[in-house]
Design a protein around this ligand. Sequence first.
Ligand SMILES: [Zn+2]
Length: 426
Amino acid sequence: MTKRLYYDQPDLLEFDSVIEETAAITEPAAGRSSGNSGAAHTSVILRESAFYPTSGGQVHDTGWLTLGFGGRLRVAEVADAEDGRVVHYLEAPAKPPLKGTAVHGSIDPDRRRDHMQQHTGQHVLSAVFIELYQFPTVSFHMGADYCSIDLATDALSTAQVAGAEKRANEIAFENRPVRIRYVRRDEAEKLGLRKLPPEGREDLRLIEIADFDLSACGGTHVNSTAQIGSILLRKTEKTRQGVRVEFVCGARAVRMARRDYATLTEAAALYSAQLGDVPAMIRKGFDDVKSLRRAGEDALEQLAQAMAEAALASGDVQNTGPANSGQRIILRTFSDRDTNFAKLFAQKITRAGVSAIALVGSTVTPAGLVFAQSAGGAADMGSLLKQVLSSVGGRGGGSRDFAQGGVPAGANVEDLLRQAASTIGS
Ligand SMILES: [Zn+2]
């Protein structure tokens, strides 16, 4: 088993050790979270290590191994082996160093500090959710951008989120010591831990936040709660096992706030508004769009009405309807207005108080035909449209008084209308 220096010295970032074993691996090792399959990696086992391997929700450290003669190897990933040893995966390509070589390990300090802030923040948050609402934490995830805990509860209100965030930050500001203790399992069971590990381990490592929280954990933590920095709760989301709460601590909270501020500033600039006014401006924009759309629709209605009246009053009447029906036929092709307007125009023609048939088309893509007659007219618009469109492979349909369909590209809209008119007239 590798001696894990981080157990008792979580601040140790530089250490000396000796290589006990190396291996070249071409397949990703079992249990590794990532790994470029097919790429050659070298794994190194040390006599002792301060590198933290991925476990318990906390992500592994990265860093360097410096060899006695000056060579420097990048540690890209660290994992727990089943036999209790810590495996250091070197960035490919790396020539395996010899067994027995003295090495100096250096851990990436920013990454480690970040992990300690997130992880200790998680202990505080999980304890706060128990203290305030009796919601136990069932899992913890540390991502590259944010972290999350899953709470065993059906619902979590916005007020509860705000309450938990406030209490968690109080614990941070009170600068409570965070201590490491070792106890035997039977002893631990009497201490009322927030979290007991599964059976099988006799000696337990406990993390104690003074007068606030005690739980068994093998991770790395800050020495006092002030080192967590601020704790910021963000999105909550319902999951199968409860409610997921996203959070960020310390430097991440500052980074997130900076990013949010940049986004909001950009939005405010678009509206030439103050940051706090952005939601009101967006709401106003929605309302404006809605009333503009309504005004546009009203104007089109009026335009269609005026054009229909003009058509009926002028010589646009192309033909007469079925024998003795007294219906007048209006033919019109629009090249600057779409099929929706053609439909509007046709409706105005057929509801103008005279018995009429409107054969209307639009050449605006997608081109279409609208056939309509005043209610109860003698012709059949549905079958007329089907007949005309089938000659060019188009599709459409409707009732006796109204039908609509699409004109395939290449077909001539005006020809189709003339064809329809002569079919009715014959
Ligand atoms: Zn922990």
